[in-house]
Design a protein around this ligand. Structure first.
Ligand code: ZN
Length: 303
């Protein structure tokens, strides 16, 4: 996680947090300096332009266009910079608050936008008859393996390629008419009668062996079979922290580090890991936020 500015800033002058916050202070001072420069010479230094599109709700997202390399802050968390063409993406978590504030800061000043986020509409999903080690593992050897696998997943989720691959929008990752949706994003999970974390994917049932296609360009940040919960697992970084995820694959035909284009085959549908039948569990994350991947289908960045 990158540092947060709010709250900590006021304490930095005298508190013990002064050293670790020095970088934040410098950055904030630079921002303030630039902002007053904008007031002094408005004709020469204007705040960056800002155009937005997207689905503003829990689990949704926004695409934006501004000055190339402008600094981005979401609810006072530094969330990187716009791409070389001025594009950026933001994700709104399944449990995001009712509003979220974006600040974009360029050479001529900064501009803010408050998103009003509609509440998500999440169901309750009950699945029974799962092997108990797929619900609440307790075997020490398995727990050790899960810890290793979790570290691999966290590293792949932390991938940050500097591209704007999301700009053309996303297509479905399965061929038309090959799938039907069997599980919606965000449902509260009850597994073998135990309340669990929400379901962070969209489940698409399809015959085993159906081709899985990259829904946008990107770089594969993980390609591994044999994951305990996920089975055959692929993650693709589409730029600026937007990572899409594909679970339960019977076969993987890409490898970590490989560049993939929209429509390129990455693997095949299966029922590996925690699955009761062949399906693709499709997920999308942005800097730790869980989003509904279906909401990005057919959406493009502002012109
Ligand atoms: Zn799923």
């Amino acid at each position: 996680m990158e540092p947060r500015t709010s709250g900590s800033l006021r304490r930095t002058g005298r508190g013990p947090g002064a050293l670790e916050s020095a970088a934040i202070l410098n950055r904030r001072a630079a921002l303030l300096g630039l902002t007053s420069a904008a007031f002094a010479a408005p004709a020469l230094a204007a705040p960056p332009p800002l155009r937005l599109s997207g689905v503003y709700r829990q689990g949704g997202f926004a695409f934006g266009r501004t000055t190339p390399r402008a600094d981005l802050w979401l609810d006072d968390e530094a969330v990187g910079r716009a791409g070389p063409g001025g594009l950026f993406v933001l994700g709104f978590d399944r449990d995001a608050a009712a509003t979220s504030t974006l600040r974009v800061s360029g050479a001529g000043g900064s501009v803010s936008h408050v998103f009003d986020l509609a509440p998500g509409d999440f169901d309750i999903q009950r699945i029974s008859g799962l092997p108990q080690d797929q619900v609440s593992p307790s075997d020490p050897a398995l727990l050790a393996r899960l810890k290793q696998q979790n570290a691999l997943k966290q590293a792949a989720l932390a991938s940050r390629i500097d591209t704007e691959d999301f700009r053309t929008g996303f297509v479905m990752p399965l061929p038309a008419k090959s799938w039907r949706r069997t599980g919606r994003f965000g449902g509260q999970r009850v597994l073998n009668g135990e309340a669990k974390r929400p379901h962070y994917g969209t489940d698409l049932a399809a015959p085993k062996g159906t081709s899985i296609l990259s829904p946008a360009g990107g770089v594969v940040s993980m390609a591994a079979s044999g994951m305990h919960f996920e089975g055959g697992l692929v993650m693709i970084d589409h730029g600026q922290g937007l990572v899409s995820i594909y679970l339960h694959q019977s076969k993987i035909v890409c490898q970590a580090g490989q560049r993939v284009e929209r429509g390129q085959k990455i693997g095949e549908v299966g029922a590996t890991g925690r699955a009761t039948g062949p399906h693709l569990c499709w997920r999308m994350t942005w800097r730790g936020r869980h989003m509904d991947p279906m909401l990005l289908v057919g959406q493009t960045a502002p012109a």
